[in-house]
Write a protein that binds this ligand. Structure first.
Ligand code: K7E
Ligand code: RUQ
Ligand code: CUA
Length: 648
């Protein structure tokens, strides 16, 4: 043993024996006022430098229209994914390739640059999560986005052709055949004016089955179809699995079909909408609908999209209603597909429906009547497994591996309740801070939940964090569920919109790329037609259009000088020639409002009009090497009407 090492060992022993260091655990606990419970919580969540997380969580970004990616149990944020809103770090909305993706989300031809993202959902196989693609819906402008988990980039946005708002998306069928989207606020399916007096006739809800082409990794809009629904306000949905595979479930409120009119002295919406004792759980069979959509006598075309009529669906036995406690919110299907848990905001109970009983009544055609649109109604009592009183404002539920155990959020009581939905009893409850919306356990809505933790997605944080003005961050709380009692481990402020819902997957199921194949367009997943290799950098002119084929590699951009005329439309295509992981370059041009993030192997392009004479530097925006600042060039814009004296 070397002498140096001996001295070091002796010193450590001295520190250990005398406690001479100022930072023993006890000292720190005293200084920072930490209890043993705090230390345990820290030990359960802290990741030493370089240590990876066990689970990856995708959170909706609410009114920011984005997706937030973080790790569990560390709760470290890894990425914001630009989805419905431009995001400059990723060049999203600032380079041509991503602008095309955002344009897919144009609403009735109008450019929309915000969204209200609610429910992220992963691709599934046999109801289990597969880390290939993530989907998320936009409640405000009914849209579904597809995010490729090879690079965590948004690759497609589709706009719903018939809806004017939605909430029952994105929910995936057990083998990723379809992504379900259901309306929220009823509206006419056509794009015409209809008076509110005509609500029952011309306003409609709807559900859309977006066909996912797994091999292409894109939604096929031509193979997608919808079903017309009554103008009840549809809410959350879920796809059946296991015994209920082929079926889908949608909650609704406003069975009253109340249409408001406070300005005319009528009771306000919320009063008129809560007069009935019950709303309706919608039950539909998408496998039957799929067949109906093949025969034109069953559907009408709106905006080039097939919408199956209620009559056709009723006749084919594909649509039913069951009364449910009024103003329900979440409907969640158990991992085996047998039980449906419905929580009503205005009812202190959770209702557990048994799909086997539902199916039994449907098979026997035993109905208690029809709604005004002719949809058969099933007897609530005969389909219920039971109800359990949980507390005030139950909203959402999430499953774990333990048989029959469920975690449900209580919005008003600010609690999570652990309960047994088979034996119908409450097992435990914990306070959260504050006003929880969704609660999500690890892989909690799949056919094979992973348990271990639940995340409380709280709407209010009030006093939990350092004040940052009247607009507070929301609070995601991590809760350990491995013991008999739930234990709160960690508070994470979420600073990017209201994160309604999360979906979590074991990190081992994700296989993201390290670099792109050289010359890839990341948004199409294909070779970029304008990819440029070293030595073929060039500038091509075609009248007023100038195209620059550029490359980037540590530490230069080639070409370094670009000269154009004022008024030229300039496209600069940049290819990052790096093959080393994390050697990203960025590309920005002074004053042109363009930016591309060019990861190793990627090709991206920016287009702008050179509408002002002058000299404009362009440069690399990622600190990529010791000579990063030198990674630059000049764009010269000459006025073609002027004569310049060349400087000798
Ligand atoms: Cu309850 Cu949109 Cu899922 Cu928010 S929703 S909470
Ligand atoms: S700097 S090039 Cu202020 Cu180190 Cu950024
Ligand atoms: Cu490339 Cu900085």
């Amino acid at each position: 043993m070397s002498k140096v090492r001996n001295v070091f060992l002796l010193f450590s022993l001295f520190v250990f024996v005398t406690g001479a260091s100022a930072s023993t655990l006890q000292d720190i606990m005293k200084q920072r006022n930490l209890s043993e419970k705090d230390i345990l919580a820290a030990a359960k969540t802290y990741q030493p430098s370089g240590r990876k997380d066990e689970f990856i969580t995708f959170s909706s970004g609410g009114q920011s229209g984005q997706v937030i990616v973080y790790g569990v149990p560390s709760m470290r944020i890894y990425k914001y994914i630009g989805v419905f809103t431009p995001e400059p770090w990723q060049g999203y909305g600032y380079d041509n390739e991503s602008k095309k993706v955002l344009e897919g989300g144009n609403f009735r031809g109008k450019k929309i640059t915000w969204g209200d993202s609610h429910h992220p959902a992963l691709t599934e196989k046999n109801g289990e999560y597969v880390g290939d693609y993530l989907f998320i819906n936009d409640k405000a402008n009914p849209r579904i986005a597809v995010i490729d988990l090879k690079d965590f980039e948004t690759v497609q946005i589709v706009t719903n052709p018939i809806m004017k708002s939605e909430h029952g998306g994105a929910f995936v069928t057990p083998n990723s055949e379809y992504i379900i989207e259901a309306t929220q606020y009823a509206a006419p399916l056509d794009d015409q004016w209809h008076p509110i007096e005509d609500y029952e006739n011309s306003f409609r809800g709807a559900l859309t089955m977006w066909k996912f082409d797994y091999d292409k990794g894109r939604i096929n809009t031509d193979k997608s179809f919808s079903l017309e629904l009554p103008p009840y306000m549809q809410d959350l949905s879920d796809a059946g699995k296991g015994v209920s595979n082929g079926w889908g479930f949608i909650n609704s409120f406003n069975s009253e079909m109340y249409t408001g009119g406070i300005e005319k002295g009528l009771p306000p919406f919320e009063a008129g909408m809560s007069r009935n004792d019950n709303d309706y759980l919608h039950i539909f069979n998408w496998k039957i609908l799929e067949k109906l959509a093949e025969d034109e006598k069953n559907y009408k075309i709106y905006n080039g999209h097939r919408v199956i009529s209620m009559e056709a669906a009723i006749k084919a036995g594909a649509l039913f209603l069951i009364p449910e406690p009024k103003s329900p919110h979440g409907v969640d299907v158990s991992p085996d597909g047998r039980f449906l848990i419905v929580c009503g905001k205005l009812d202190t109970h959770a209702s557990v429906y048994d799909f086997n009983k539902i199916k039994g009544l449907i098979d026997k055609k035993e109905f208690i009547g029809k709604d005004p649109y002719g949809i058969p109604i099933l007897d609530m009592k005969k389909t219920l497994h039971g109800q359990v009183e949980l507390g005030l404002g139950p909203l959402h539920s999430s499953f774990v591996p333990e048989e029959g155990v469920l975690y449900t959020s209580l919005y008003v009581d600010s609690q999570i309740v652990k309960w047994d939905y088979k034996n119908l009893k409450v097992l435990d409850r914990i306070n959260v801070h504050y006003n929880i919306g969704h609660v999500d356990a690890m892989e909690g809505k799949s056919a094979k939940p992973a348990g271990k933790y639940v995340i409380a997605l709280n709407k209010l944080s009030i006093d939990r964090f350092n004040p940052v003005g009247p607009l507070h961050p929301q609070n995601h709380q991590l809760i350990d569920i491995t013991g008999p009692k739930m234990e709160l481990l960690y508070d994470m402020p979420i600073p990017l919109g209201e994160p309604h819902d999360v979906v979590t997957i074991a990190a081992s199921k994700l296989k993201p790329k390290k670099t792109y194949d050289m010359g890839s367009d990341s948004r199409t997943g294909k070779p970029h037609p304008d990819a440029t290799l070293a030595g073929s950098e060039r500038i091509e002119r075609n009248g007023k259009n100038v195209k620059v084929y550029a490359t980037m590699v540590r530490s230069h951009i080639n070409p370094e000088h670009i000269t154009v005329n004022k008024g030229d439309v300039v496209t600069i295509v940049v290819t990052n020639l790096e093959r080393a992981q994390d050697e990203t370059h960025g590309f920005g041009v002074d004053g042109m409002n363009v930016h591309a993030s060019v990861e190793p192997g990627k090709t991206a392009s920016v287009t702008f009009v050179a509408d002002q004479e002058g000299v404009f530097p362009y440069y690399c925006t990622e600190f990529c090497s010791a000579l990063h600042l030198e990674m630059m060039g000049y764009l010269f814009v000459k006025d073609p009407d002027k004569k310049y004296e060349d400087i000798k």
